[in-house]
Structures are given as structure tokens and as C-alpha cells.
Design a protein around this ligand. Sequence first.
Ligand SMILES: Nc1nc2c(c(=O)[nH]1)N[C@H]1C(S)=C(S)[C@@H](COP(=O)(O)O)O[C@H]1N2
Ligand SMILES: [Mo]
Length: 585
Amino acid sequence: MLVQRNSTVPAWAGALAGLVSGGVALGVAQLVAGIVGPTTFPVVAVGDATVDLTPAPVKDFAIRTFGENDKAVLVGGVLVVLACVAALIGVVARGRVVVGYLGFAVFGVVGASAVVTRPDAGGLDVVPTVVGVVVGAWALGWLLRRAVRGDTGTAPAGTASGGAASGGAANGSGVKAAPQDGGGPEAVPGNGSGAETAPQDDSGQEAAPRSGGGLVAERPAVMRAGGEAPTFDRRRLLTGVAGGVVVAGVGAVLGQQLGGRQAVDAARTGVRLPRPATPAKALPAGADLRIGGLSPFVTPNKDFYRVDTALVVPQVDPSDWTLRIHGMVDRPVELTFADLLKLPLTEADVTLTCVSNEVGGPYVGNARWLGARMADVLRRAGLRSDADMLLSTSADGFTCGTPLDVVMDGRDALFAVAMNGEVLPVDHGFPVRQVVPGLYGYVSATKWVVDIKVTRFDRDEAYWTPRGWSARGPIKTQSRIDVPRAGGSLKAGATTIAGVAWAQHTGVDAVEVRVDRGQWRQARLAEVPGPDTWRQWAIDWTATPGEHTIEVRATDAAGRTQTDQLAPPAPDGATGWHAVTVQVA
Ligand SMILES: Nc1nc2c(c(=O)[nH]1)N[C@H]1C(S)=C(S)[C@@H](COP(=O)(O)O)O[C@H]1N2
Ligand SMILES: [Mo]
């Protein structure tokens, strides 16, 4: 039987089964690691342990040779070794699956020891390795069994029930073997070489008793019916292999997602925000009119609108983060997160707005940002005088094209690291995003920003430009009625109409309201810390029974009143007056 199997399943198939099972082990380990919490992935732990055990001269050589990639090279090396050994295990396990299990066990012990001896190891850290190795070993047995046609199906019950763990064990024990041996310890003794070489030695007498404890009533199918000799089933092996590859891949990707998220959450929690070198002015007492239903002056982070193209929010570890500034500069600059935090930081209240916000829409929010001034950082690189655009790229490849003169004109254009006193939320661009007062988000507010190319509008295009949106996006003055709600009903009598208006970096100087196309009346304005935030407004109204339409319009500090011309958001921002209709009873 052993000989039969050995010759049935070609070596390449064994190698493939070993390789894929190894992949399954790693994928499952990765997935479990993603579930149980931040832990060192076994491959990385083995790599780290290798480094620790490596003599200093070799280490220095590696660092000199591979530079910043030394870690990647190391992990890659561990993976290559792992792949070779896994393939070898697969080849050997064709004959004795027990050997395969043993091989996986050795993997497990090496991986687990590396993991638990890491300085930051915790109690659950071996779980991914153990689960991965067990599932990988099971996968190997399963694949090798699939690779052979003829020992199930046509075999007597005993053989077929060899099922899960034991298909290979039958091989291991040669003639005497019964599938029930299960590869357990008893299966091994006495089942050594001799018998295997003599399939015809079908004497049976010596066969059963020792391993199976009397259960071994049947001999393998091959012994009995010559026509049913097990044959290599390439198709079944390959479909099994495909399944294994899927499991390995899905496990790895999902595990990385989950694990990356946890790692980044942990890193985010660990960030200590420096004090601002230039704190924001204290908010004027009258910045928030505190009217029920009116948007608060400061939008809490959890309520802040979110707009981006990311299906999966980029998880950027601040210790890996760098910001590269290149292009039309005298000397390219690369900053780490630590570098950025060491710069003098500015705090500023800035209202963000999305170009796709409809008149009266929700895509606007105001926060207190903390960050390095973009102009300071850019000046370090030395800007060429003919550059007019910053093409910024996020970790997921999204790009913004920002007019350079706007960023450099002294306004609070920031590489922001905090939002409302909290480390930047991951959804809003952790670890670093841009905030540029006065420009719509799509041309300025790059989240997870990692790269800035100093360039020209006539040479480069940002993400939304070829998709029908204007290359430049200054925010258009807008005003919105928050109370009463559109379509709402209220009681006749004295009431308040209130809302917000914005004209970032110019400032709102006046808000007017009219009801049923009557006279425009001046609303009272809340105070503001500066021209970069929205401004609350309110006006008293004596509501009379019936249906009423309320309209609002703002005038900016340059004296420009919002146009009543309706324009859709594309290509450069909606215009028109916000109107709400209410029922008064
Ligand atoms: N990386 C990245 N940054 C991005 C975007 C994006 O799709 N990807 N969208 C921009 C747009 S259109 C807007 S309006 C703002 C929204 O920022 P917020 O989600 O923090 O409110 O982010 C900008 N920054
Ligand atoms: Mo946007």
C-alpha cells in the first residue's frame, strides 16, 4: 500500500499539497491573529528572532546591503525557507502522512517559540500559530487523500472511514495498516520498513492486531482487487489545491485587514498630541446660539460628515507614515510622523465643505484642527517660482490638486493631526490630513496624505478633474436653514428661524431671511473666531397659520450676496438660496 501510494502521487503533487497546506496554515494564522488581537505574526516573529540570533557583523552587512528593506528581505527569506520545507514535507508525506503532521508540528513549535520569546509577547500570542498549524496539517492530509482515487469509494467500509485524519496513516503502516490507526502513536511501532516493500506479502496474519486493536478486519482495497488500484487523481487534487489557495488568500487578506485595524487603533490611542505653538483663540462666548435643532458651532467628530472614495478605510500606521515632498522643489523632503509632531503646531477653527453638497445639504462641518502649517513644510523643500499646484496623494491613491498660492498666502492651511482635541479619527484621515480654509474638500482636504508633488495645473490632474469636476474649487458662499426643519409643522406664534452660513476665508457679514417672498429681514449673527468658520444666525418670526416658505441668503465680507441662480453641485459647487416649507397650525 505504501509503495502503491508513493508511486501513485507524483512528487510534484506532494510538493504542491505541502506548499498549499503551508499557505493555509499561514492564512489561518493571520486570520486568527486578526481576531484575537494585536500579536506578532509567526513569520515576523521568526524573522525577529533570527535577527536577535544573528551575529552583529552579519546584521550590519544585511542592513548595509538591503538598507530600509532589510526587514522585508528577512521576512521574505523566512517565507522562502518555509515554502521549501513545506513542499518537502508534502513530498515525504505522500508515503507517511504522519511525517507531514510531524513536520507541521515542528513548524508550530518553531513559530510558537519565536512568538512567545518576543519581548512584547502576551498570553494569547501562540493561538494563531497553533490554530494555523493544526488546520494546515489537516489540509495536507485532506489534499493527499484527495489526490488518490480508489482507496475511498471502492474500498471497504473500514478503509473509507479512514476519513479525516488517517488516510495517510494507512500508508504509513503499510500492509498492516488500517485506516483506524488514525496516525496515532500506536500506528507507528512495528510498522516500519520491511512490510512496506512487500505488498504481495498478503499474509494478513501479522497485519491486524497491533495497531488497530482488532479493528483491522479489512485490508486496503488495492490488495484485494487488482483492477481498483489507487490512482493519482490530478483533477481532484487541483480542485482541492484551488480551495486551499482560496482559504489561504482570504485568511491572509481578512486577517491583515482586521489586524491592521487593531494595530492602527492601538497606535492611534498611543499618540500624544503636542501643545500647539500657536493655540486657537478662545471661542467667543456668543459663537454658539444654543438653539434647539441648530447645528452646534463645533461639529462633534462622531457627527462630522464623511466623504471619500475609500471602500475600505486606509489603515495607516503612524510609525510607517512618511510625507514626501518632491517635484518642482530645490530639495525633496521626507518627514516622518515624529518629525511632523516636532514642528511648531497651529490650532485653527475651520469649516470643511464638500463640493457635492446640495443647497441646504449636510456635507459641511466645523472643527478645531491642530497641525503643522503646510507653508512651513513646503518652504523647507524650496518651491520653484513657476509651480502653481500641489498634487497631494493619499495612502489609497486618491489625489487633490490645490492651488499653491492659496496654501502659501498665510491662511491656516494645515497638515492636521488632530480634530476637536482628539487624535485625527481614522475615518477623517489618521494620521495626517490636509485642511485648507476656503477650498472644497476635493481640491484640498486629502486624508491619509502621504505624498505631495509640487507641480503645475497644466501638467497634472487630480482625481476628480477628469471626472467632470472643476480643477479649482473655491468654496461658494452658502447659507442653510436648520430650524424649522423642511416639511416640519409648528404652532402659530413667536418662534425662531435659525441656521448656519459660510464663506470660508472671507467671512459672513450678513444673513437675510424672507418668508413667502416678503421683505428681506436681517438675521442676527453669532460671533465667530475668524473668517474660516461657518457662522450661526437666527431671526424671530411670528408664525401665522398656513403653509409658509422661508428663504435665506448670505452676504460675505467682500459684500457679495449669494446668487439666486440655481446651479447643481457639478462642476464647481451648487448655488441658489436654501428654502424650506413648513406648516403652521
Ligand atoms: N484620501 C482621500 N481624501 C479625501 C477624499 C477622498 O476621497 N480620499 N475626499 C475629499 C472630499 S471630496 C472631502 S469633501 C473631504 C471630506 O473630509 P471628511 O470625510 O473628513 O469630512 O475629504 C477630502 N479628502
Ligand atoms: Mo467633497
